[in-house]
Structure formats: C-alpha cells, structure tokens
Design a protein around this ligand. Structure first.
Ligand code: 3HC
Length: 695
C-alpha cells in the first residue's frame, strides 16, 4: 500500500490497482482529494496493473465537490477538469465502486470511469440544482449520454438521487454487487472486463442515447412546460435544462462542455446560488445547540403515544409509522378515533395509488398505528405527543393524567402552536421531561418541526427530540417559549400588515400578487381562502366587525364554499371578486378614511420588513439560537423562497441599515407596531449584519 497523501492510498490486489479515498465525513472532492486522485491515477496508469478500481472508505462514495470551497479563490493543485480528464483517459479499465451516495461531482467523477458498480443501498444523483448550480464538471454532458435525455433532465432538475436498482435499469451502473462486498464485486468486475477485453469506451465518445432527442428537439420545450410551476422563480433548473440541451445540439463534446461552463458560471456568480448554498449550511447548523453538545446522551424512543386523532394527531402518527415506529393514538370516544384511523388509511392509500407505496407497505404502516380509548395504554410509551384542541385547561388536564400514567423518563410533548409550554409543564411533577414538538399541517408532509425548549426541559430530552426529528425526516429547529414560537410569531407581523394594507387601498389580489412574485407559493389572502376563513370564526358572535366576519356571514368561507376573498371558477382558479372589493370599499368609507394608491414596493416592505424586525426581537430575547435558524423555519414551514435565503438572510441582502431606516419611517407614520428591534439598531450602529451574530 502506498500512501499518496493523507486521504489517498494506492494498493494492489493481484493484477488490479486499488485507489482508496478516505476523507471524512463524506469524501467531498476538496483540493487534497483531487490532488490525491490525480496522482494515484497517474501512478496506477504508469504501473503494470491490468485495471484500476476506485473506491471510498467511510460511509459514502464522493458526496460531491467540497461546498466550503465555493466562493473562495481557487485552491492550489488540480481542479475538476484535470481530474476528469485524468480518469477518463486511463489506458486501463477503470471501475468506480459506489456505496452510500455518489452525488454531484462524485457522480461526475464516476461518469469518467469506464464502468460503475454499486451496492444495492447506494444512491446516485446530481443535487447541484438545490445549491443553485448545475453539475459543472461535465455532468450535464455525460449523464444524458448514459441515461438518455429525458431521465437526465429529470435528474438534473429535481436533484433527487436514484437507487442502485434504478441506476442499473437506466445504464448508470453496469452491475449491482452484493451489499458489504463492494471491493470484491468491483475487483471481480474489473478482472472480467480485462478477461473479456471489454472496449474502454469513454462516455464522452458515446452519442447513441442522444439520438432520440436529436430527432425530437421538442422534448425540451415539453419538459419546461410540464414543470413550469415547480421551477417558477428559480434560475438553476433552466440552466440545467439548457446545459443538457447543449449536449444534444453542440457539434462536439468539448463545445457542449464549454456551454456547460458558461451556464455554470452564470449561476455560480448569481445571487440565488449564494442564497441556496447559505441555506444548505443553515439547515445543518440548526442541529447544533451550544449547550447541548453532539455527544449528549439520548433517551430511547421505541414506542409513541399520541393524544388526539384529529388532522394533526393523525399526520403526526404517520411520520412515526413511516419510520417503522409503533404508535398508539388515544381518543376520548370511538367515533373520532375511527374517523382518524380511517383518514390515515385513506392518506396511505392515496399515496399508493400514485405509486408512492406498495399495498404491502400501506398494510405495514397501518398495522403500526393502533387506536385506544384508554390513556392507561400509554403507560409504556417512550414519547407521548399531545395534539388536542388549543385550550390551556384541556392540555393541563391531559398533562396531569400523563404525569400519573406514564413511566419515569418518558418524554411528554405538546404540539401546541400558541400556548405557554412552561404553564403546561408546571402541572406535572416532571417538567424536565416536557417539551414542545410543533408540527406543521399537513404533519405527514411538512418538513419543519419546531422543537420548543421550555424553562426546565432537560438537555437529554432536547437532544433526543432533535435526533428523532432527523429519523422521521423532519428539519428541526430549536425555539424558546414565546407566543407563536419562531414561525407564527413572525407570520403574525405579515398578517397584520396584509390586513391593514387592504383597508388603506390595496386589494387582496394586489398583496397576494406581490408576495407571489417575490416567490411565496401563495399570498396571505389566497392562503386564507385555502385554509378556510371560518377557522376560529364563531357565527353566533359575528357582528360584521372585520372583512373576514362579513365574508363568513355571507357564507363566503373560502375555497370550500366556492368563494372567499376571491371568487372561484369550476377549476378552482381564483378570480378577483367585485363582492369583496365592495365590502372593502364600504369598510373604508365607514371608517371615514380615503383609500390611496399603494405601490408594490410598499406592499413588499410593509409585509416583509416587520418580519425581519420581529426576527431580530426573537434573537435578542434568545428565543432562537441564531439568525439562520429563523431562515430554516421560514423556508421549510412557510414557503419563503429558498433562493432568497430566508427573512434574516434577505435582511442582510437589503442591508440592516435600509431595513432600520424604513422601519423608523413606518414608525413615524403609522405607530409603534413598527418600533425597531434594539438588536437591529445595535447591528446598524456597529456596521454589522445578522450573519455576524454567532450562536
Ligand atoms: N461539501 C462539504 N461538506 C459537506 C458536503 C459537501 N459536498 N456534503 C456534506 N458535507 C458536510 C455537512 O456540512 C456536514 O458537516 P457538519 O457535520 O460539520 O455539519 C457533514 O458533511 C455531514 O453531512 P450531513 O449532516 O448532511 O450528513 P447526512 O449523512 O445526513 O447526509 C449527504 C450526507 C447525503 C452526503 C448530504 O450531506 C448531502 O446531501 N450533501 C450534499 C451533497 C451535494 O450537494 N453534492 C453536490 C455538491 S456540488 C458539486 O458537486 C458541484 C460539481 O458539479 C462541480
């Protein structure tokens, strides 16, 4: 064995040279890895080996370029182009042996090998689009040559990896070898290739799979059209498509490569890539809690109890069943319990009908969820999540019962989105075991989980909740106890301004359009119509005091009644409503104010700057650990466009001084709702940004 450098070894297994890279945690292709690879390939090619196997140590094949190198001056040593050429021009068969994840530059490296083998658990993909870029080391040129244009378009624009099995079906891997026996499998494949004299065809030289798209260039327009909604606002999907298109239309591979480079640079130097890469690290950073170190012991969670079989309880239960954990749902009476369990089954069956689950998986998951009418059945649960009506007295009663029933050390969680968790914990003898787990609706779909730390929550309970969140596929963010926690507290600012704006002269569709164009999936009024205007509305008490009251009194309760702020046609298209417009105008007239023309700029600033300001208040009160945690909440839970990073990142892009100046101007004109946060003032006075704040 020769150590090429600290992360690269070159060894021999009989007649085959084996190049092994081991650069934890994920073998990212940073400068040292690239240098080691180029040198190892040069030496292996110069040796008398008959073939070369490229394999990685640790948990995965190369997970991509080293993202920490992005935006820095080029590192010394060989870059990607040299690495790719070195591998691709090897004179002996090169077999890439893949386990874990071959992602981005990692898959591009494997595409320069002559052959690829993988274990069944391996995943292969090009996630660059999620970082606002494209696979810029020939990936967009080689991938369609291997898997065909349609599949390549799907892979580069979705960023989703595919399984080894799917990779074998599409030609991306040449053989799937036994789990745990990757090296043996790769060596055997290499020897067979030598024995059979398999031709060493470089991917770049094989155009066969481009022929179909060359004959049918319409494929690109069709793909754009089919995905227009998904790609709205993002720059990266379009450049990924253009790069694959270049593979098809260019006169030569190198010409396509040059176009790929140009499209890559356009993205890499743009604002969206910066925001999306910031966000990649923000999500990972959110897992770090300064006073709860990574090695904090966790509690065992093998069985879950849920109280409440409503929409929330059912959705929460599905998360755990999806991860293979048994769940007991407790209700007070049979009817809502049966309804809740039936809804869960219906949801799974709907997924199965779309091909997302097999019928067996539906049965397995449903079998993991059982119903009960007895709280006593939760006595052995490791974690109980309460998901009942938002009333303090009801929740406190439940926690008193849980305190009496549950085994010592069980974690007692509440899914409250608004109530004070300290007050809930206080009725138990074990406040250290009480925590908030704020799921977002629909709980089986939404990625965000606010983990809420109450005054006395034990550190191992927090550590357990954060790890468990990852296990069930959630992105967890730690929040402190404050009304609405991080997400809803900030949302309240936007809601208030949206409501005020329509009493000053903007129409609901004006506000919605501005926020939609900013990149939100929908504006606040369209959102209300979707959720139902009657949430929290009580008919008997309604006196036409708000626009919402009047709409509900007219039975315009949102999409479900065919009208709300908007009118709806048969296809549920929202149409600005003359009825709503008249109601608003009447309100304004009654208040004796004069409607004014409100610019799009004002709508945006009125809605967003108070959110940034509220984020600053949350930070100064210590209810969020760091600005980027707030961004993770808003991107994951509220549809803030990831290509704008999140509210705090956006505040930095605008400039905290500009946000402060605007808040001061709003405060002077419209009062204390706009009072700038002390932290915002401090940042500006020190010439700093939110990103300068460390946890
Ligand atoms: N570069 C640098 N660091 C990386 C990295 C990368 N490509 N991928 C992961 N890491 C780091 C993470 O930041 C994290 O660091 P931390 O422990 O200090 O927080 C650590 O590796 C472990 O990552 P995860 O916590 O995400 O571990 P998981 O096991 O959950 O996931 C993974 C592993 C699936 C590989 C996931 O990390 C991932 O998706 N990584 C990004 C992959 C990617 O986007 N690759 C493309 C890069 S761009 C590219 O290749 C451009 C090329 O075309 C030129």
């Amino acid at each position: 064995m020769t150590a090429i450098n600290p992360v690269t070894d070159l060894s021999r297994d009989g007649d085959v040279a084996v190049i092994t890279l081991d650069s934890p945690p994920v073998n990212a292709l940073g400068a040292q890895v690239r240098a080691g690879l180029v040198e190892a390939f040069n030496q292996a090619n110069a040796s008398d080996a008959a073939a070369i196997v490229l394999i990685c140590g640790g948990r995965t094949f190369f997970a991509g370029a080293d993202i920490t190198e992005f935006g820095r001056p080029p590192a010394p040593g060989p870059g990607f182009p040299e690495l790719m050429v070195t591998i691709e021009n090897s004179k002996k068969p090169v077999v890439a042996a893949i386990h874990g994840t071959a992602l981005g530059g990692g898959l591009e490296t494997a595409l320069c090998a002559h052959f690829r083998v993988a274990v069944p658990s391996a995943k292969l993909g090009v996630p660059e689009v999620a970082l606002g870029i494209l696979p810029g080391s020939g990936g967009t040129q080689r991938l369609p040559r291997v898997v065909g244009v349609q599949k390549a378009l799907e892979m580069v624009t979705s960023g989703q990896p595919i399984s080894a099995k799917a990779a074998a079906a599409s030609g991306l891997v040449d053989a799937v070898v036994e789990e745990g026996k990757l090296l043996e499998g790769a060596l055997a494949f290499a020897r067979q290739a030598v024995a059979e004299g398999k031709p060493l065809v470089r991917v770049r030289d094989n155009d066969a799979k481009l022929a179909e798209a060359r004959a049918n260039p319409q494929i690109f327009a069709d793909f754009r059209k089919a995905n227009a909604r998904k790609f709205r606002g993002f720059m990266a999907p379009e450049n990924n498509i253009r790069a694959v298109e270049a593979a098809v239309t260019s006169a030569s591979f190198d010409e396509g490569l040059a176009e790929e480079r140009r499209l890559f640079m356009e993205l890499a130097t743009g604002p969206q890539a910066q925001a999306q890469q910031y966000y990649f690290f923000a999500e990972r950073q959110a897992q770090r809690i300064p006073d709860v170190p990574d090695d904090t012991p966790t509690r065992q969670v093998k069985s879950i109890g849920i109280i409440g079989a409503g929409t929330m309880g059912g959705g929460i239960a599905m998360n755990f069943a999806n991860a293979g954990l048994p769940v007991t749902i407790v209700e007070q009476t049979q009817e809502p319990l049966d309804r809740g369990l039936a809804t869960i089954r219906k949801n799974y069956e709907r997924t199965a009908a779309r091909g997302g689950l097999t019928p067996e998986q539906v049965e397995q998951r449903c079998a993991l969820i059982s119903g009960s009418l007895a709280m006593d059945d939760l006595k052995d649960a490791d974690l109980v999540i309460e998901a009942v009506f938002e009333r303090m007295d009801i929740k406190q009663d439940i926690f008193r019962s849980l305190d009496a029933i549950c085994k010592p050390g069980a974690i007692l969680a509440t899914n409250t989105s608004a109530l004070n968790i300290d007050e809930i914990a206080a009725v138990t003898q074990r406040p250290q075991d009480v925590i908030g787990l704020h799921f977002f609706s629909p709980a089986n779909v939404m990625k965000l989980l606010e983990v809420v730390r109450a005054d006395k929550t034990a550190k191992d309970v927090i550590a357990t909740a954060m790890k468990l969140a990852k296990k069930i596929g959630k992105v967890a963010v730690l929040a402190g106890v404050t009304p609405g926690f991080i997400g809803n507290r900030i949302l309240a600012q936007r809601q208030r301004e949206a409501q005020k704006l329509i009493l000053e002269g903007a129409m609901p569709w004006d506000v919605d359009r501005v926020l939609f164009d900013f990149g939100f999936p929908m504006g606040p009024f369209a959102m209300s119509d979707l959720a139902g205007l009657d949430i929290g509305w009580v008919k008997a008490e309604s006196k036409g005091a708000t626009i919402r009251d009047v709409l509900c009194e007219m039975d315009r309760r949102g999409q479900k009644t065919g009208a709300g702020f908007y009118d709806y046609d048969e296809q549920r298209n929202a149409i600005p409503s003359p009825v709503t417009e008249k109601i608003i105008r009447d309100f304004i007239a009654k208040a004796g104010t004069t409607p004014r023309q409100i610019s799009d700029e004002e709508i945006l600033e009125r809605c967003l700057y108070p959110m940034i300001n509220e984020g600053a208040k949350i930070l100064e009160e210590g209810k969020a650990i760091r600005p980027s945690d707030i961004d993770v909440v808003w991107v994951n839970g509220y549809g803030w466009p990831v290509y704008r990073g999140g509210p705090m990142y956006y505040g930095d892009r605008i400039g905290p001084d500009k946000v402060l100046a605007k808040m001061q101007a709003f405060q002077a004109a419209m009062g204390e709702a706009f009072k700038p946060a002390a932290l915002l003032e401090k940042l500006v006075s020190e010439g700093k940004k939110f990103s300068d704040i460390k946890a």
